[in-house]
Design a protein around this ligand. Sequence first.
Ligand code: AMP
Length: 280
Amino acid sequence: MEVINTVVELEEKVRAWKSKGDSIGLVPTMGYLHEGHMSLVTEAVTQNDHVIISIFVNPIQFGVNEDLDCYPRNMERDTQLCKDAGVDVIFFPSVEEMYPQGFSSFVDMSHVTETLCGSKRPGHFRGVCTVVMKLFNISGADNAYFGQKDAQQLAVIKRMTKDFNLSVNVVGLPIVREKDGLAMSSRNSYLSEEERTAALCLSTSLQEALKSVQQGDKKVDSLKQQIHQTIAKEPLARIDYIEIVNMETMQPIEQIETSALCAIAVYIGRTRLIDNIVLG
Ligand code: AMP
């Protein structure tokens, strides 16, 4: 396995693979890898001749008061995990390599980016789309792997791929959870022991909502209310949003028809966590 820091070197590698007709899988990440990331890597290794994982804490997708400066990093551990999993290349560029002096182009998307995290984190998806577009181009990936954990991100990337006629196949994979239900996230490392326990209110409230739907409650208002009540019982939790939306467009709905995405963002102390579940 190789760690590559520059675009030129990665492009050279990709050209050699492509000339043999080999397939390439890409797993974009911000590092501090956990089993959620590794589930994407495992799938990519199974489905492609070569796998590139990118590790890049993308500054342009963070807001001014967000956690860019303290985002967790452990390149040594990440490298070992990737080696063991059969990754061919870790693409680990610097900020200057991705956004050199004079960089001026951004991918801006409407509608699907205007709800949920898009409305709470202005500019976030502009940063995500821009870096993912660059990674798609640099890596020449045939397949790219994303987690349902960031359900809106997955919908946004699928939309972008369609809108720009990109030839990459976007693969979405299920959320990997801790045994007690907490969705795995690099940001879980910010939580104190007490906060870690409190954070269970996210997955618990979503499971309860699923049960209600299975018992026949299809009204979005009452389901949101139910989730709200469960989370509000937790003193360390502060709700950022609770929404139930169309799976593809991310627009709010009033009634669960076939399937819908229930997505929540909750601060546990100072840590903002997201989780979601498909209802119906
Ligand atoms: P991140 O490093 O947080 O930007 O995540 C990189 C990729 O891993 C994204 O496609 C995420 O959706 C995915 N991912 C993060 N956490 C999980 C998880 N618990 N289960 C599945 N995929 C995940």
